[in-house]
Design a protein around this ligand. Structure first.
Ligand code: NI
Length: 252
């Protein structure tokens, strides 16, 4: 069984979410919310589809349209059976640092929630790796996942010391993903999770088109080539990793 540990299944992106979920067969996926609207959608998805788990959180680029009540809603709904993580949360300075303080405030408040309720977190970090690391270091002990990791091997070493798991997706199949290939060669397989970040980052040969969770198989195959093992072994190990990091047994 495969698990796409990070996808977005918003109504805005897919005309027929049921079709997309069914394409995964008996495989599982974790749908992540990014704001009030999509967090609510995640709640509906996990109730409707047995194979879909959920993560709820306020994404750094969504802090502008979010408020204290967004965080209270998240806290209230963490007790839902199939909500397995807080995410996607983090820091993103790609479009500027005007909201840096607010991003940090939301990031920390959600990490506080993770600590309080013993929940894993799924972290997004873009153009903000040092600040992300420094905050994560303060929260050592929380089960953390860096989704779509795009940093250096050196940074990966430092995150590994915090027992962070790394979400690896379609970028691994891109010709110009030299750094990520080096990172993945370096990373121990027991700290890697497969993901798609659908509808974004479709792997080759679908690069540029709309991604979907079933393409996680292509990520597994790319990872298998780098690690010199079979795709079956990659799937087997990374599924075990996902079960342990997200306590999925509790939600079955
Ligand atoms: Ni995402």
């Amino acid at each position: 069984m495969m698990i796409d540990t990070h996808c977005h299944l918003c109504k805005e992106d897919y005309e027929n979410v049921e079709f997309i979920v069914n394409n995964m067969g008996h495989n599982k996926m974790i749908a992540a919310g990014v704001n009030d609207t999509t967090n609510q959608e995640v709640l509906e998805l996990i109730k409707e589809y047995p194979t879909v788990y959920g993560a709820i959180g306020i994404h750094p680029t969504e802090v502008g349209i979010s408020s204290q009540s967004s965080l209270e809603w998240i806290e209230d709904n963490l007790k839902e059976d199939k909500i397995v993580a807080i995410g996607e949360i983090g820091l993103d300075y790609h479009y500027g640092i005007e909201e840096k303080e607010k991003q940090m405030q939301f990031f920390k408040k959600q990490l506080d929630l993770a600590k309080k309720y013993n929940k894993p977190v799924v972290i997004h970090s873009r153009d903000a790796i040092e600040d992300t690391y420094n905050i994560m270091k303060e929260y050592r002990g929380i089960k953390m996942v860096l989704h779509c990791y795009s940093g250096s091997v050196e940074m990966a070493k430092r995150f590994l010391e915090l027992d962070v798991y790394f979400g690896v997706g379609g970028v691994l199949t891109f010709k110009n993903s030299r750094v990520l290939k080096d990172v993945v060669s370096f990373l121990p397989l027991d700290h890697i999770l497969l993901e798609t970040d659908s509808p974004y980052l479709a792997p080759e040969p679908f690069r540029g088109s709309k991604n979907e969770p079933k393409n996680v198989l292509l990520v597994a195959e790319a990872l298998a080539l780098i690690k010199g093992i079979s795709a079956e072994e990659v799937i087997d190990i990374t599924t075990k990793n996902a079960f342990s990091r997200f306590d999925l047994n509790k939600s079955l």
